[in-house]
Ligand binder design. Structure first.
Ligand SMILES: Cc1ncc(COP(=O)(O)O)c(C=O)c1O
Ligand SMILES: N[C@@H](CCCC[NH3+])C(=O)O
Length: 463
């Protein structure tokens, strides 16, 4: 993953422990627009950070900390950018990145479809009024109950991931007297350049049916024999937080080759392919993600080229961005509690959240930026590790970053690009309650997911 590197500032090299490579930034007060949401800025008058025109100190006062602050204009703009870039194709927002009813409404209003991967995500989508026909249902181990729920709701498509599931979906569809549209999740054998836990298209893993060993082709054979299933096409998702588009190209090529093989064997041309999500975002200034328009052009070109070579009609394309839509929209606002300076090493800055609101650093060695946001500071940069309040030394939010040396208890710091896979992967470890999601827009703030309370924790404890 990325290295967090602001432009190097040799004048601060003396604060680095020997052998440490992270350069200090020239300006600690700078908010890189690459990693902060659209309306986040540092107010010139007093150095306080604002978002949608709102002072972060007032947000902290009103909603408490930690809190996820979600910039609605930012997320809507990204929905539109994907929709426009993929005009003529379909965009399914991947709800696993972050899902709540407000977001379901926004994505529906912006013309996106929705990918869900559990009955719980489906329940949220349906309760927000999402048209089930615009929902794709994913998962590598959908139970009979999940499948029945999806079919009864009338989901537009189910992406089948195993032979067992083909039988389960066919049985449930028959019982309900419907013909269910399905796609087959195929494994294309691509080694995506990302953390191994979030790469999903190499052969040795749990998702999909392999193209190389013939299981994907066999799944197609089975589906085509079943009257209660309509095979829409093939689905491939190579992984997540990927910058290099070569993997998507190989995936597209192999999926189109399988379409051609299916046409040759069965005399049918499947009408659709879905190339999944996975486009990376900037977590630090060192990351350089592609724009949706670039990725759209590249994917559409490769699909057209490969189809022309195989004498196939160009299928309808769909994609499933999650992180690229939700990630950059949000920052997590924390209050600093303690600052411990370890001579010759680094400074540990403890904030009032931690691995329960952002597990990504512990799980994937993810890198994040962090800034002091309740004021500006001219103090020297201090090599810091931002840690949480959990009983775990791996409870790290930002592994290496510079914060001003005058940082102290009561200061507010914010970690940008936490809109994807932070609230959705949050836990109650140590019985810490999960933070709220506060949506901000045009000078207004509203809670869209409320803070958990101790009552919420105790309600489940029925012993
Ligand atoms: C099938 C599928 N589609 C879409 C996504 C969304 O990925 P990302 O958030 O990286 O765009 C995922 C998660 O990796 C996924 O498993
Ligand atoms: N949770 C992962 C991404 C997994 C994507 C789902 N297949 C992350 O935070 O990067």
């Amino acid at each position: 993953m990325s290295r967090s590197a602001h432009p190097a500032g040799p004048r601060h090299a003396d604060v680095l422990p020997e052998g440490h490579a992270l350069p200090a930034p020239e300006d600690l007060n700078f908010l890189d627009p690459k990693v902060w949401s659209k309306t986040t800025e540092r107010r010139a008058a007093d150095g306080v950070v604002t978002v949608a025109g709102l002072d972060v100190r007032e947000l902290a006062q009103e909603f408490g900390t930690p809190a996820y602050i979600l910039d609605e204009d930012d997320i809507r703009e990204r929905c539109r950018a994907w929709k426009d870039a993929f005009a003529g194709s379909d965009v399914f927002y991947a709800g696993k990145a972050f899902l709540c009813r407000a977001l379901v409404k926004w994505i529906a209003e912006e013309g996106l479809n929705l990918d869900v991967c559990s009955s719980g995500e489906l329940a949220v989508a349906l309760s927000a009024g999402m048209d089930p026909a615009r929902i794709a249902f994913h998962g590598n181990n959908k139970s009979a109950a999940d499948i029945t729920r999806a079919i009864e709701a009338g989901v537009g498509r189910i992406i089948v991931d195993s032979y067992e599931e083909i039988a389960r979906v066919a049985f449930a569809a028959e019982r309900h007297g419907v013909v269910q549209k399905v796609l087959v999740r195929v494994t294309v054998g691509v080694e995506a350049h990302t953390h191994e836990f979030i790469a999903t298209a190499h052969e040795d893993q749990k998702f999909g049916l392999s193209v190389a060993d013939g299981k994907a082709a066999e799944a197609v054979r089975r589906i085509l024999k079943l009257g209660s299933l309509e095979l829409l096409g093939l689905h491939s998702h190579i992984g997540s937080q990927i910058f290099d588009t070569a993997g998507f190209e190989v995936s597209a090529r192999r999926v189109v080759a399988l379409l051609a093989a299916i046409r040759d064997e069965h005399g049918v041309q499947l009408p659709e392919i879905d190339l999944g999500g996975g486009l990376g975002i900037a977590y630090t200034s060192a990351d350089d993600p592609k724009q949706p328009s670039d990725i759209a052009r590249e994917l559409v070109d490769i699909v057209k080229r490969e189809c022309a070579a195989a004498d196939l009609d160009v299928p309808r394309l769909s994609v499933e961005p999650g992180r690229a839509i939700a990630g950059p929209s949000t920052f997590t606002l924390y209050e600093v509690g303690t600052v411990k300076q370890l001579e010759g090493l680094r400074t540990y800055v403890s904030v009032d959240g931690g691995m329960s609101d952002n597990i990504r650093t512990a799980l994937y060695d993810a890198e994040y930026a962090v800034s002091l946001v309740s004021r500006a500071s001219d103090a020297e940069p201090m090599l810091s590790r931002v840690v949480g309040k959990h009983c775990e030394s791996g409870d790290i939010v930002v592994r290496d970053a510079y914060l001003p040396a005058d940082l102290g208890p009561g200061d507010l710091v914010a970690v940008p690009a936490t809109g994807a896979y932070c609230r959705s992967m949050a836990s109650n470890y140590n019985h810490i309650t999960r933070p709220p999601v506060v949506a901000v827009k045009d000078g207004q703030a509203r809670v869209v997911v409320r803070r958990e309370t101790e009552d919420d924790l105790l309600r489940l404890d029925v012993g």
